[in-house]
Structure formats: C-alpha cells, structure tokens
Design a protein around this ligand. Structure first.
Ligand code: XUL
Ligand code: CO
Length: 441
C-alpha cells in the first residue's frame, strides 16, 4: 500500500528533515534530530512522538462563539466510511511526512458514531482494518487508544460515574469496543481521561458510589484486556476541571491515590498533560515529579496553556524553559514507562493553512528536543546536581543518615537539638539554580 493515499493532501510538503538551528526553512527541525543520541538513547526513542488524531484531523477550530474555520479537504464525503478512509489517508500522510512513529486516537475520531451501538461497532471494526493496513505499510505504531466517553449527550451525567446503570453499561460496551480496536492495532497503552467523571453539584451526587463505580469499570477493563493478551499499560490522565466543575482525577496526587485505593497500581500509571497540570495550579514539572515518585510516570500529553486565562487552550509547546525543567525530571526519572510524547495540541482558530499543522508539530518537537539537550548538559556538565545534593548533605551522615533509616526516635531528635546551637541559616540559592538553566539554554 502506498504511504500517500489516492489524493495527496499535503501537497508541496515533503518529509520533514533535521537541518539544525541555523536553517531558515520553516519546514525543517532545528533541534529535533531523531537519530541523535542523548543520555544513551536516540531522541526518537526518548520521545516516541505521537500525533493526536482528534486535534490534527478532526479539530476544525470551532469555539463557543463560532464554527470551525479550517476547511480540511478530508472527511467531506457523505458516506461515513469513505470519510473515515480519507481521514486515515490524511493522518498517515501527515505522520510519515513528520517522521513520527506513533499516533493516538479516540474511537470516534476514527469514524463517526452511528445511531446504534451495533452499527457503531461495525464502523470501528472496518476502519481499524483499514488503519491496520496503513500501519503495516508505514511502520507507524499506536501509542494508545481510548474511548470518547464524554461527548455524546448520553454521557452528560458521566460515563463510569453515571447515576444510571444503563449508561454505565453503555460506557462499558464502548470501552470494550475501544479496547478491542486498540488490541487489534497492537496499541502499546490504553488511556482513561474522565472528561465527565466528576460532578457539578454535591447536592445531587453520591460521590463515593460514583468513584467506586469508575474503579469497578477500570478493573473490568483491565481484566478483559489482559484476558485477551493485552500487555500494555493503562494510563489515567488527570485534569482538575473542564468540562466538569470537580473532576475525580483532579491531579497526579489525587489520581495516584485513586489508583491505589482501587487496587489498580500494578497495571495503571499516569499520562501527564501540561495544560491540565497548570489548570490544577501546578507546574508540568511538579506533576511529572509526583508521578515519577510513585513509579507511575507513564506518558505525556504535550501542549501548553495560557498564563492569563483558566481554561484548556491546548496550544503547541514552545516554552523552552518550562520544557527544560520538565526534561530534568524526565531524564532523572529514566524517561517514561511505556508511553511517549503525544501532541494533544491544536493550532489556533486562525491558523488555517494546512502547512500550519506541520509548523506546529515541528515547533513542539523542537521545544522538547531543545529542553532535553539543555537538561542533559545541565545534569552532566554544570554543578547543578552537586548543588542540589549538597542541600541535603546532612542526611548522608551522622544522625541525619540514621533518621532516614528510621533508626532514631523523637527523643533522639530532642537530645540532638538540645545539644546543638540554633541551626545554621543556609541559603536555598534559587536564583543560582535558575541562572544555571539560563546559562545552558
Ligand atoms: C482533554 C484531553 C483528552 C485526552 C484523551 O482535555 O486531554 O483529549 O487526552 O481523551
Ligand atoms: Co490529553
């Protein structure tokens, strides 16, 4: 099968190449050099960059104030199966021209939902057959699949958290079909983002039952997938709000607690999204670190928010400092466990040229590559690590070491403090740490 479909959608754009930072070619990578080895691995393997089907192929720019602005030449056909094939052609043309190895999807990004569950399943199965051929021809792989359990009006009161069992069962059916699709395509992971899994008013909400029901659904999904040979990891993607006022997967710490409470910790990790972190009043790097500390740093949804507003703008990453701080956590955690960097990001409503999709992904990949290079240099050639470890040197000897091994008691602390003077004032040196990063940028 040809990598470009019957129609070439992105005419005039060839495979994006690395040309280095001095290149003026807007359609070339300046920092992302897929085969370059950093910290013992190629950039390609560190990142496992993925295209998000929903934004890149389906996001035409509609907002609450107006319709879409992007006149995508694919998926205009009245027949949903023809439209789905065109979309797949455009997707694979895009991914291969970007030189990426992965994509991610929701079930009904691939093909529109039909009016009945049975017909929807048939559509998904047929589209998956077509995708499989395209994946075999191109070598492109599925980073993760998921089910859209938040857009359809039936999920207005939640999916797994719905107060009506019939809706929970319907969500389970859709989940099964999405898992089947993911497994058929050798998906490496499966994501749960609980868009409507939360509540708007506690007055009409039985919170504990709702949360336990989500846990039940997730355990069923795990048992079903593993029973059918799935070897990948399940990820929960935290987000504090939007669309719901209170989402049950608020942030990394909340989601880790949920995973443990529901007995899912052997099979579930986290998919951390930049703009979800900032909506939770955290930094991206904070969320990565919380996940890493729990051994649950699974995957990343890459984008950025807006410092001046409070919703999910899903802009492409371009904040090098933010991503460099994140790459420090990433490298020190030994990378991602099973996942990759999925560009869950959309071009702005007025970025209406098809080439803007390429320019945006190039910028995102370059931002991560630059961040990785800087973080690696900071770790290996600056005195950053020394300064950091030195702050905690008192725990590596004497009573401090005994404390970390829990070999001393509260009375020992009392005795230690009593026989010491007022503790010395030691500067935190934040500005020095910041300057080191700046120096290496
Ligand atoms: C929504 C979001 C989703 C998930 C997958 O904010 O990030 O697209 O990544 O359902
Ligand atoms: Co996301």
């Amino acid at each position: 099968m040809a990598l470009i479909g019957e129609k070439e959608y992105f005419q005039g754009i060839n495979e994006i190449k690395y040309e280095g930072r001095d290149s003026d070619n807007p359609l070339a990578f300046k920092f992302y050099n897929p085969e370059q080895v950093v910290a013992g691995k190629t950039m390609r393997d560190h990142f496992k960059f993925a295209m998000a089907y929903w934004h890149t192929l389906c996001g035409t720019g509609g907002d609450p104030f107006g319709p879409g602005t992007k006149d995508f030449p694919w998926s205009k056909a009245a027949d949903p199966m023809v439209a789905a094939r065109e979309k797949a052609d455009a997707a694979f043309e895009f991914i291969t021209k970007m030189g990426f190895d992965y994509f991610c999807f929701h079930d009904h990004d691939l093909v529109d939902e039909a009016t009945s569950l049975v017909d929807s399943e048939k559509r998904v199965i047929k589209t998956v057959e077509y995708l499989k051929e395209k994946m075999n021809a191109s070598g492109v792989k599925l980073l993760w699949g998921t089910a859209n359990l938040f857009s359809h009006p039936r999920y207005m009161n939640g999916a797994g958290s719905n107060p009506n069992f019939d809706v929970v069962a319907r969500a389970g059916a859709q989940l099964k079909i999405a898992l089947d699709a993911t497994m058929e395509l050798n998906g490496e992971n499966y994501v749960f983002w609980g868009g409507r899994e939360g509540y708007m008013s506690l007055l009409n909400t039985h919170m504990k039952l709702e949360q336990d029901n989500i846990g039940r659904l997730m355990r069923m999904a795990r048992n079903y997938a593993q029973g059918n040979g799935f070897k990948g990891t399940f990820f929960i993607e935290p987000k504090p709000m939007e669309p719901m006022k209170h989402q049950y997967d608020f942030d990394a710490a909340t989601s880790i607690n949920f995973i443990r409470e529901q007995g899912l910790d052997k099979d579930f990790k986290l998919n951390i999204e930049v703009n979800h972190a900032t909506l939770a009043q955290h930094t991206f790097q904070h969320e990565l670190q919380v996940a890493a500390n729990a051994g649950m740093l699974g995957s990343v949804d890459a984008n950025r928010g807006d410092y001046q507003n409070g919703w999910d703008t899903d802009q492409f990453p371009n904040n090098v400092l933010e991503i460099t701080e994140a790459m420090l956590v990433f490298l020190k955690a030994g990378g991602l466990q099973g996942g990759g960097i999925n560009f869950d990001a959309k071009t702005r409503r007025n970025s209406t040229d098809l080439e803007d999709l390429f320019i945006a992904h190039i910028g995102g990949a370059d931002t991560f590559a630059r961040g990785l290079l800087v973080a690696d240099a900071v770790i290996n050639t600056s005195n950053y690590e020394h300064l950091l470890n030195n702050r905690y040197a008192s725990f590596t000897k004497g009573k401090g070491l005994e404390f970390t091994k829990e070999k001393i008691s509260l009375s020992d602390l009392y005795a230690h403090a009593k026989s010491s003077n007022e503790p010395e004032q030691i500067s935190g040196k934040q500005e020095l740490f910041e300057n080191i990063l700046n120096q290496y940028l």
